[in-house]
Write a protein that binds this ligand. Sequence first.
Ligand code: B1M
Length: 212
Amino acid sequence: MEILNELSLSLQKGNIKAVQELVQQAIDGGIEPRTILDEGLLAGMSVVGEKFKKNEVYVPQVLIAARAMSIGAGMLKPLLADGDATAAGKVCIGTVKGDQHDIGKNLVKMMLEGKGLEVIDLGVNVEPERFVQVAKDEGCQIICMSALLTTTMSVMEDVVKAAEAAGIRDQVKIMVGGAPVTNAYCEKIGADVYTADAASAADAALELLANQ
Ligand code: B1M
């Protein structure tokens, strides 16, 4: 769809005003919010990622695109919500220690909230002990972790071990995700669930809660 291509291009340029206008136009035009997210915003961010990899764009441009992504996604947030009032559950979420990437984590948070779950957002660069302490203090049934760097994903295993050491491993499910993370890695470190995208993470969280 032409408008989604335009949205992707505006995001790549970091043109926040155009992103806002195009997201609104797409909503008004009756395009599904998930389609606007996937084929407009995320498609644009993926091009930025490829260019970043090839040194064709640099950190400032990536940050501006990331800001446009967050604002666009924020506009879609209420429309992505299909909360089931009966789906009670508490989740704490964060990006692991050493890692500042938060766009994917924020999307997962948005989808979880959209399913009616209470989400405690620990932000980025989260120490393993903090995930565990908050889960314990707040009675979270699920810890969700995001990592975008191959050098930080190992922290996820530290969180699993910290949960074991604190004696809460049997009370809390641990979900992992982020570009370098795989199902095999999830199994290797003893986490419970890996999902490749934010929407599947929210579905998986509901399933975990239903089976508790
Ligand atoms: Co960074 N960065 N970055 N970066 N950055 C990557 C990840 C990289 C792949 C780029 C590249 O070189 N090709 C590369 C990592 C290489 C590697 O480890 N193998 C990289 C690097 C190297 C770095 C720095 C080291 C660069 C430097 O300074 N030299 C540095 C590290 C800083 C740090 O964290 N300590 C750095 C910095 C940055 C910025 C600050 C500029 C910015 C982050 C801004 C921000 O997040 N607020 C940034 C960005 C934006 C990227 C890219 C371009 C885009 C990431 C992104 O947001 N994607 C990225 C390249 C790429 O991915 N193609 C790159 C969109 C987002 C929606 O996807 O987070 O994968 P993602 O989330 C997905 C799924 O993974 C999943 O759901 C989402 C989709 O629905 N998901 C989960 C995520 N978390 C989940 C949790 C779940 C379930 C699913 O369960 C709990």
